[in-house]
Design a protein around this ligand. Structure first.
Ligand SMILES: NC(=O)c1ccc[n+]([C@@H]2O[C@H](COP(=O)([O-])OP(=O)(O)OC[C@H]3O[C@@H](n4cnc5c(N)ncnc54)[C@H](OP(=O)(O)O)[C@@H]3O)[C@@H](O)[C@H]2O)c1
Length: 380
């Protein structure tokens, strides 16, 4: 690889996914640096309730992780704080936005401006992993906007921005010559979006169907085996797989957000999760799922998108499928997505094992994709 892409990372959200991401970077550092020419420093970490830390020379991530594991606040290691780097604390530089540094969008602008003011030539990458807001995708959309406005590439595992504002954010990124990537939004790290962008030129996606929510598939499978709904849900929450607000999974909102993301990216649908016709699995009983099995069938929460004469219709609902259907072979947390295309016909992507590492890996692939794009920018 010619030239190292030495990025300064601004981490917005530092929960399960992002902590696994920074550990994964370290675990694969040799290959990322040696083979892919990707290097990084973490210059800011913002959280909701656990403080924030900034340090233009790179933060000590091990210390940050230790602090949070001990229940501390990142404010303790903030390099712009009262004790350190007073020049950076001041907002005298006109390039530092006046917006409150207390909001994460403000922090992004402030840190980016401080890095520029300090003469850093390193590319900036915002890594957005805050929780999904199903009403409007906020404040994650503002975090993406703030990053792009500040000249940073943005990568995210949060479905909100791509489910609610894909067209706007992609246009913003393109016009600034930056990347906005979101591989982790659907099927964890299994390549869906980056695969489509890289490997499906001139292919029209006519529709899709998928089992894309691991938590609900796990619960349905457990109920087939006689286990109660609440018990299986608790297991998914303990494993960090279920959304922080588990009703997002159970009521089909996570599926609707993923379906909207797929429809927006692959079919240019311009839709939102609210426009997805949606039902969840909350009404299902052990008797329902076992009744389907007794008929040689299985219940699955299926997301579908289809191009029609007037646009793209998207829905998420429980379907009773025959035993020989691809989706009926999916147990536990397994996912599958079928893309219906004009040139390649129908093809499936199946995820047989998913989880935190896979989602964190999506961010790694996005970071490598940013590095590739930065080395070979498209002509304007
Ligand atoms: N877990 C998975 O397997 C998985 C899979 C695919 C996609 N995802 C997506 O990845 C994202 C992160 O998931 P997660 O499991 O890591 O969630 P999480 O453990 O709940 O972490 C969320 C993080 O966001 C922070 N945060 C909340 N509001 C913020 C704000 N305004 N500014 C800055 N930080 C803020 C939280 O800080 P505090 O704790 O201090 O509030 C926390 O550090 C979600 O959008 C989720 O849908 C997760």
């Amino acid at each position: 690889v010619s030239g190292t892409f030495g990025a300064d990372l601004i981490l917005v959200g530092f929960g399960n996914v992002c902590r696994r991401f920074v550990r994964l970077l370290e675990e694969r550092a040799e290959e990322l640096r040696g083979v892919h020419g990707v290097d990084w420093r973490i210059i800011a970490i913002a959280t909701g309730r656990h403080g924030s830390a900034r340090g233009l020379r790179g933060l000590d991530v091990t210390r940050a992780l230790d602090l949070l594991e001990r229940g501390g606040s990142l404010d303790e290691i903030d390099g712009f704080g009262p004790a350190a780097m007073p020049a950076l604390r001041e907002t005298a530089d006109p390039r530092v936005p006046a917006s409150s540094p207390r909001s994460s969008a403000g922090l992004i602008g402030q840190v980016a401006a401080a890095a520029r003011a300090a003469g850093s030539p390193r590319p900036l990458v915002v890594v957005e992993t805050t929780v999904l807001d199903i009403n409007a995708g906020q404040p994650a959309i503002d975090h993406v906007r703030a990053g792009l406005r500040a000249g940073a590439h943005v990568i995210t595992a949060n479905k909100g921005p791509v489910a609610f504002a894909h067209a706007e954010l992609t246009a913003m990124a393109r016009s600034a010559g930056l990347c906005f990537l979101f591989e982790g939004a659907v099927m964890d790290g299994i390549p869906v979006f980056n695969m489509a962008a890289a490997a499906l030129p001139a292919v029209q996606v006519e529709g899709f169907s998928g089992v894309v929510n691991s938590t609900t598939n796990f619960i349905i499978t457990a109920m087939e085996n006689g286990r109660e709904f609440a018990e299986s849900l608790a297991e998914m929450q303990a494993a960090g797989i279920a959304e922080a607000d588990a009703s997002l999974d159970v009521d089909g909102w996570d599926g609707a957000a993923k379906a909207a993301a797929l429809a927006n990216v692959l079919m240019n649908a311009g839709t939102t999760p609210q426009q997805v016709e949606r039902s969840g699995i909350g009404h299902l009983t052990v008797a329902d799922v076992q009744g389907a099995v007794a008929k040689g069938r299985r219940l699955k929460l299926v997301a579908r998108g289809r191009r029609t004469g007037s646009g793209v219709t998207v829905r998420v609902s429980v379907e009773e499928l025959p035993a020989n259907h691809l989706f009926s072979t999916l147990d536990g947390q397994q996912n599958a997505l079928v893309l219906e295309t004009d040139l390649l016909g129908d093809f499936a992507i199946v995820q047989l094992g998913g989880g935190l590492t896979q989602t964190a890996y999506a961010l790694v692939t996005d970071l490598v994709a940013v590095a590739r794009a930065a080395r070979h920018p498209l002509e304007p």
